[in-house]
Design a protein around this ligand. Structure first.
Ligand SMILES: Nc1ncnc2c1ncn2[C@@H]1O[C@H](COP(=O)(O)OP(=O)(O)OP(=O)(O)O)[C@@H](O)[C@H]1O
Ligand SMILES: [Mg+2]
Length: 265
């Protein structure tokens, strides 16, 4: 990927909340480069979903959010929608649509003349996305007849199929079994690198985040408490400060970061 100095997502002086209640106050993140995956972690109520929704254009965000140097709020709505892909924390409603149809619908909704995602037949692309995340066998099943985890995978397929420039996933693995958690994170990381996306994934599993993310952003009380590569950002002290837990951060025999929680403080 071309990586000039302004390539990526810059979040600067961002504030947002609900009504008059501020949740995120004057938040600035280090630049999120294209082709990198950022895990956004933090305790319940930290403001992760609020921030992601705000970046996705849902909410009363003030401040500056620039993609490759371009202020997102200045772009026409349709153009912005094409650049941003968002998977909310809540599962999609169990409607009478097949999984494949729902992904095709998302492809058609989010494409425009200038979009690279227009390339190819939408049905083929939708099917390829399902195959990539390992749920091709669900293609013709109705969303209303799926398990919670299967519905979450379908929702993920809807968000990633378009390959938006900025991919924002709010707890995409929370309902998944161990294998699907790994497959999904591996696939999201691959798409991010291959297509030069800026990907932000909210998650609670810090070990899973450490394995797949290029950097970790830690939020508490609507403020950034740490940011960096997993091995440097995640420390026992940080876990005590941010999560109020006494925990050990260890490296397993194969070199992965492991978190062992001893007790709540
Ligand atoms: N629609 C809403 N109206 C008012 N307050 C809200 C609304 N949604 C969330 N909040 C409040 O905003 C704060 C941040 O919530 P948010 O959903 O962003 O947290 P989170 O970090 O995503 O937590 P979790 O890990 O539980 O998903 C919380 O105090 C929450 O109660
Ligand atoms: Mg949330």
């Amino acid at each position: 990927m071309d990586q000039d100095i302004s390539s990526g997502l810059v979040v600067e002086g961002v504030s947002l909340g609900y009504g008059r209640t501020p949740i995120i106050r004057d938040l600035t993140l280090p630049a999120l480069r294209r082709g990198t995956l950022t895990a956004l972690i933090g305790p319940n109520g930290a403001g992760k979903s609020t921030l992601l929704r705000g970046l996705a254009g849902l909410g009363n965000l003030t401040g500056s959010v620039r993609l490759d140097g371009e202020e997102l709020h200045r772009l026409p709505r349709a153009e912005r929608a094409m650049l941003l892909g968002f998977m909310p924390q809540s599962l999609p409603p169990p409607i009478s649509l097949s999984v494949l149809e729902s992904v095709v619908g998302s492809l058609r909704a989010g494409t425009g003349a200038s979009s690279h995602s227009r390339a190819g037949d939408p049905v083929r692309r939708a099917y390829a996305t399902l195959a990539d995340i390992g749920i091709a066998e669900l293609a013709n099943r109705e969303l209303s007849a799926l398990s919670g985890g299967q519905r979450q995978l379908a929702s993920l397929a809807q968000a990633v199929a378009r390959r938006p420039a900025v991919l924002m996933l709010d707890e995409p693995t929370s309902a998944l079994d161990l294998r699907h958690q790994t497959v999904v994170m591996r696939e999201v990381a691959r798409l991010t690198r291959e297509h030069g996306l800026v990907t932000i994934v909210v998650m609670h599993d810090i070990a899973l985040a450490a394995r797949h993310a290029d950097q970790i952003a830690v939020l508490r009380g609507g403020a950034l408490r740490a940011f960096g590569i997993p091995r440097e950002a995640i420390t026992a002290r940080l876990l005590a400060d941010v999560y109020d837990i006494d925990a050990r951060v260890e490296t397993c025999s194969r070199g992965s970061l492991q978190i062992i929680v001893d007790h709540a403080l």
